[in-house]
Design a binder for this molecule. Structure first.
Ligand SMILES: Nc1ncnc2c1ncn2[C@@H]1O[C@H](COP(=O)(O)OP(=O)(O)OP(=O)(O)O)[C@@H](O)[C@H]1O
Ligand SMILES: [Mg+2]
Length: 498
């Protein structure tokens, strides 16, 4: 009877020491056996194991090829498992979901979940390979994440066919349902594209503007909405006519007329992401192309104040201020210059390529929107139809626009003061931003009437200013006509003081 515990102890001791020796030997092998030899050894053990194993494995990697874009299959599987794994997996990751009010769960790394499909059992594992450490300490390791699907070989046909189809389809649906719209921007300080997943950084897009809240003539509004909706539903049409599925919009007009607001409204209408491209932060044409490739479909790529972002006009003037007739030739020169000199800048040709070069067709379903305050400053090549298909002028606020704002801000459909405002609006130019500002209650006690009076006052002031300016301008014209182009000493002094 007493023998049992002692035998047990002995057995444990022997086993312990065997394991210890084995680990020791393994450590020695790891240290001294060359990496290549070990790889070779591992490869063949794997092959032998696979030969005898009744299971088939399929890996779905996050990045395939040259890591240009996240694999669509990976994204779909991720979404599919986010729903299907949360019931069975024990370690889960949580991320903020749509509208930031729920958490979306997905399986954590190295977690295994089981799924069943028509009586067949399959296993999914989320895993990653960390590539060998690089000599440079500040250059972090690369992680390559992937999902691995394991199933019995007797289900081969069904799993590789129907099941994977089901996973991708459902994954895409889940993705669309949980889609949190994003606002992306290219960060200027960022240098090492290879270890970060993307060159864009993003936040959740939460702009409340819609076409409903925009002050715009109803006809124009309707036309723009129809144009956008038609675009988003025209996948087949674009394929048939052999054009990339994208459309360019140029929004121009004075400051405060709603160009940025309209972009937000567009994104909200179509449920698209927004890529706010800061051209001045882009190093060169190559980087511009990389940024383009990393944009996803169903998105709006925005370049605000295009006239300020790029010295396009300057570049062309530098070439000797030639007449517009030399246009084509000049553009060619600019192109050559940019390809030869390799100066680190985004050039006009780089930007044109970005909009309609070969690369611009990847992905599809994208809007490119430029905004500017000075449309006449832009290079005609940049805004010709085909590049910027639709030109939308956003202008000063009309009475119709005012009514929308009055409804939004004060919940007013009519008011006795509306007639006075209508009259004044015909005489003076006021931006929707100024109207909006005046209609905004300034204290809790402000009622609608007070806000309307504030607007009337602003309109009257603007009118007086405009009149004063007009008289001054008239005076100058008269004086120059009187003097017959030759100024008297007095006139010169007056002009100088002006
Ligand atoms: N058409 C409009 N309808 C409703 N609100 C407007 C409209 N235009 C401007 N606004 C209001 O004015 C503010 C400024 O508008 P926004 O930023 O869109 O102007 P912008 O045309 O982009 O000006 P900028 O050229 O200076 O960038 C917004 O906060 C918005 O509330
Ligand atoms: Mg703006």
């Amino acid at each position: 009877m007493e023998m049992v515990p002692s035998t047990m102890t002995e057995m444990w001791t022997t086993m312990g020491s065997t394991i210890a020796s084995f680990m020791f030997i393994w450590a020695i092998i790891r240290q001294y056996c060359p990496y290549e030899l070990r790889r070779y050894f591992e490869k063949y053990t794997n092959t032998i194991m696979t030969y005898f194993s009744p299971y088939i494995k399929i890996s779905i990697h996050e990045f395939t090829g040259d890591r240009l874009k996240r694999s669509e299959a990976y994204v779909a599987v991720e979404a599919y498992l986010s729903v299907n794994s949360s019931k069975t997996a024990k370690r889960l990751k949580a991320e903020m979901g749509k509208d930031s009010n729920n958490l979306v769960l997905s399986m954590d790394e190295y977690e295994k979940v089981t799924d069943e499909f028509r009586g067949a059992k399959v296993w999914w594992v989320a895993s990653k390979v960390v590539s060998a450490t690089r000599p440079m300490a500040y250059y972090p390791e690369q992680e390559k994440r992937y999902y691995r699907l394991t199933f019995h070989k007797r289900y081969r046909e069904m799993i590789t066919g129907a099941y994977l189809e089901h996973v991708v389809k459902e994954g895409k649906e889940i993705k669309a349902r949980n889609r949190q719209r994003k606002l992306y921007t290219n960060s200027p300080g960022y240098k090492w594209p290879s270890y970060k997943q993307t060159m864009w950084s993003h936040i959740v897009f939460e702009h409340p503007a819609t076409f409903g809240t925009m002050a715009l003539e109803p006809d124009k509004k309707k036309e723009i909405i129809e144009d956008l909706v038609t675009f988003s539903e025209s996948k087949e049409f674009y394929a048939r006519i052999g054009k990339a599925w994208k459309r360019g919009y140029l929004l121009y007009g004075p400051p405060g007329t709603g160009k940025s607001t309209m972009i937000a409204a567009m994104a909200n209408l179509l449920n698209y992401d927004v890529y706010d491209l800061e051209l001045t932060a882009v190093k060169d044409n190559t980087e511009l192309r990389k940024l383009l490739i990393e944009t996803t479909s169903k998105s709006i790529i925005v370049i605000e104040d295009i006239d300020c972002s790029l010295d396009l006009t300057g570049q062309r003037k530098k070439k000797g201020g030639k007449a517009m007739a030399d246009d084509e030739k000049e553009r060619k020169e600019v192109k050559e210059e940019s390809s030869n000199s390799g100066n680190n800048k985004v050039t006009l040709s780089g930007l044109l390529n970005f909009i309609d070069g070969l690369w611009s067709a990847c992905g599809g379903e994208r809007l490119i929107v430029f905004t500017t305050n000075y449309v006449e400053k832009l290079d005609p090549a940049l805004i010709r139809r085909g590049r910027m298909d639709k030109h939308i002028e956003l202008s000063y606020c009309g009475f119709e626009g005012f009514k929308v704002l009055a409804k939004n801000y004060l919940n007013l459909e009519t008011h006795p003061l509306f007639d006075a405002i209508d009259g004044l609006m015909k005489e003076v130019k006021i931006t929707p931003a100024d109207v909006a500002e005046n209609l905004m209650p300034k204290s809790p006690l402000d009622d609608a009437e007070k806000c309307l009076w504030s607007l009337i006052q602003a309109l009257e002031e603007a009118k007086e200013e405009a009149e004063a300016e007009a008289t001054a301008a008239k005076k100058v014209v008269e004086q120059s006509q009187d003097g017959g182009g030759v100024c008297s000493e007095n006139c010169l002094a007056e002009k100088a003081s002006e």
